[in-house]
Design a protein around this ligand. Structure first.
Ligand code: AMP
Length: 186
């Protein structure tokens, strides 16, 4: 978890590779659907372009079918999910149904100004439709309202591992592996 621009996607791939599990990014799946022009993509795009969350039911169904795929049989890393309380509840049910359990909730902390700068830079490089300044602002707001409170929910379960997300990619990666070393795996 972490605000838009915290570096979740980049770090998620490295962590997933390290543990030999797939990195499941809801944002990437939505973007692939948008690019492919699927009905899911058409629906998701309306929300994504405005910096809003795609409705829970759509997102939950997508994650449920993704984690049921064979490559997720030995575990998985979720990137960008859950983002709402309803998604937390739904994920609990999914995880229980598959016989897995959540090992850790990794939180990347960054300050707001750094994040806006990073996102504007990414907009130049990748040209993402949701990386314009207005949309970035809205995405940060939605994160603060809907997603940040979830950290407390997982902290109460003793699952939160917080890592400073500021710095070079390799540096942050080392911090993450160091922090995850102390987490027992199920
Ligand atoms: P991301 O690449 O993770 O920043 O996601 C890009 C966009 O996809 C978000 O701004 C949302 O519109 C949508 N999205 C990704 N994950 C979720 C989620 N868990 N719940 C709702 N919308 C999501």
């Amino acid at each position: 978890m972490g605000p838009p621009g915290a570096g979740k996607g980049t770090q998620a791939k490295a962590v997933a590779e390290h543990f030999g599990v797939p990195a499941i990014s809801t944002g990437d799946i939505f973007r692939a659907n948008v690019n492919g022009g699927t009905p899911l993509g058409v629906e998701a795009k309306r929300y994504m372009d405005a910096g809003e969350y795609v409705p829970d039911e759509v997102t939950n169904n997508m994650v449920r079918s993704r984690i049921a795929e064979p490559d997720a049989g030995n575990g998985f890393l979720l990137d960008g999910y859950p983002r709402t309380l309803a998604q937390v509840t739904e994920l609990d049910a999914m995880v229980e149904a598959t016989g897995h359990q959540l090992d850790a909730v990794l939180v990347l902390t960054v300050d707001q100004d750094a994040v806006v700068g990073r996102l504007l830079k990414r907009a130049e490089i990748e040209g993402r439709a949701d990386d314009t300044e207005d949309v970035i602002r809205r995405r940060l707001e939605v994160y603060a309202e809907e997603t940040e409170p979830l950290i407390e929910v997982y902290a109460a379960r003793g699952l939160v591992v917080s890592v400073d997300g500021l710095g070079e990619i390799d540096e942050v990666q080392k911090r993450i592996f160091g922090a995850l070393d102390s987490v027992p795996q199920s």
